[in-house]
Design a protein around this ligand. Sequence first.
Ligand SMILES: [Zn+2]
Length: 219
Amino acid sequence: MQVNRIVTLFSNLIYPSFCPGCRRFIDDATPLCSECLAALTPTVSQDIEIGRSRSIAIYSVTRYEGVVQRLVRAKNHSQRTAAWQLGELVAQRAPCPWDLFDGVVPVPLHWTRWWRRGFNQAEIMARAVCMHHALPLFLPLTRTKQTKFQAEIGGVAPRLDNVADAFAFVNEQQKLLCSGRSLLLVDDVVTSGATVVALARLLYRAGAKRVSVVVSARG
Ligand SMILES: [Zn+2]
């Protein structure tokens, strides 16, 4: 608790405390003001079957709409702040059993997209989650193929094809680190779930004990 307080005080020094929903000043350690938080539509956590009697639980804060949608789509200089606010929102509001996990894994970004944007939104979110819940950050995965944006593709099956071979482990050592561990994938938004299914299959093949997903919003 003490650590969390210090962390939030620290992040308040870096990021101005204005509610991204209504621009009202917020003086406590929350990503949105209480009114904007109350206006979020909660989502029910969902399990996706991924074969061989395995499934992944997806924990999300809200539907992909309103202020959360604006934060996910944030452009220019405000992007990093938006990513941190999404991470804090996830850390504070997602109905996730945090104690079950040994580490947090952000959904990787292809380097060409990283180059253009300068950072990985999911990684900033994952760092906020790690700080809040005192969990280690794992970066075992890389995106080897520049995939189309999932939003540009209709249907679950084509989306699975789009990402099926798009990811790999950074190296053998990182792959070994995932064995026997319960890992929590972090991303901004899940729609069809094709991306997280592809990643979860990879992590399970490496011997992960449990893979779940936490996101700010479900599309
Ligand atoms: Zn507000």
